[in-house]
Design a protein around this ligand. Structure first.
Ligand SMILES: NC(=O)c1ccc[n+]([C@@H]2O[C@H](COP(=O)([O-])OP(=O)(O)OC[C@H]3O[C@@H](n4cnc5c(N)ncnc54)[C@H](O)[C@@H]3O)[C@@H](O)[C@H]2O)c1
Length: 268
């Protein structure tokens, strides 16, 4: 007899599903019985994902900053499964920690527009596109934020401000969309992924994985001192997508970053 999955019968849209955390969420959701409509701007990543995960995943290529692309993803999920239970707004850009002093005014102006368009407007437009179907299913909206949504130092001012804005969005949407839709966020910490930055700041050509020894950094700066993989963060998404496990949870940010508590100094 097979054990029932925590997400049996669930149909989810995951944005930024092509790599890193979004891919890890998609893998875990399908392993827990869900069907996932994977939405990413990279067609190549989506082809690899669907080849690897088979018929529990379908893909839509599009840009989260465009409302019509978000609608296309939600409609594809509805056409496929007849319902949409969970929308995970996960696509994001980083600013590679570029400080105010290091940024010229053009960086700040064009970088703001590009980064906030993905990290904030993308969540807002995704929520707007998913909202009618989530209301019908009494579903769950889950946003990927960051340690940078709660603490300084997880990026420069653009990224940290964008992720803090996500907290406001989650709180307001939880208030507006209750009682039908639960709205929450997960705040992961650093991961070695393909995370890129705004092209307007010259930060699109490399990834966090190539630019920084993220795993080594995380081992030294988190309280628990573990080697972190994207899949280590996905349990909170399963919890928030599974209504029977989080029926009372809305308007919260689950901090899974391990960065809220500084590591104890090593024993002398
Ligand atoms: N990597 C980290 O250290 C870290 C830490 C905390 C939070 N996060 C957050 O995790 C989320 C996922 O990032 P990741 O690290 O897995 O990076 P990633 O680059 O591996 O995954 C992000 C995906 O989003 C897609 N994407 C980017 N812009 C898009 C757009 N406009 N429309 C559609 N798709 C788009 C990319 O193609 C990519 O596949 C982001 O919100 C990021 O801010 C990452």
């Amino acid at each position: 007899m097979t054990t029932p999955g925590r997400l049996d019968g669930v149909c989810a849209v995951v944005t930024g599903a092509g790599s890193g955390l979004g891919r890890a969420i998609t893998e875990r959701f399908t392993a827990e019985g869900a069907h996932v409509l994977a939405f990413d701007r990279s067609e190549d990543k989506l082809i690899a994902l669907t080849e690897d995960l088979g018929d529990r995943v379908r893909a839509v290529t599009g840009d989260v900053t465009r409302y019509e692309d978000n609608v296309r993803a939600c409609e594809a999920a509805l056409d496929w499964r007849g319902r949409l239970d969970t929308f995970v707004g996960n696509a994001g850009l980083w600013d590679f920690g570029r400080s105010l002093a290091e940024s010229d005014p053009e960086d700040l102006t064009a970088g703001f527009d590009e980064l906030f368009a993905v990290n904030v407007k993308g969540l807002l437009l995704g929520a707007k596109a998913a909202f009618p179907a989530l209301r019908t299913s009494r579903g769950s909206l889950i946003c990927t934020l960051s340690n940078a949504a709660l603490y300084p130092r997880g990026g420069g001012p653009l990224y940290v401000a964008s992720k803090h804005a996500g907290v406001g969005l989650v709180r307001q949407l939880a208030y507006e969309l209750t009682p039908e839709i639960r709205v929450n966020a997960v705040a992961p910490g650093g991961m070695a992924t393909d995370l890129r930055g705004p092209s307007a700041m010259g930060l699109a050509a490399t990834s966090i994985e190539n630019a920084y020894p993220v795993k080594d950094l995380m081992r030294t700066v988190t309280a628990l001192r573990i080697d972190v993989e994207p899949e280590d963060y996905v349990g909170a998404y399963v919890l928030l997508a599974a209504r029977r496990e989080s029926a009372t949870v809305t308007g919260t940010v689950i901090d899974v970053s391990g960065l809220g508590t500084p590591p104890r100094p090593a024993e002398a």
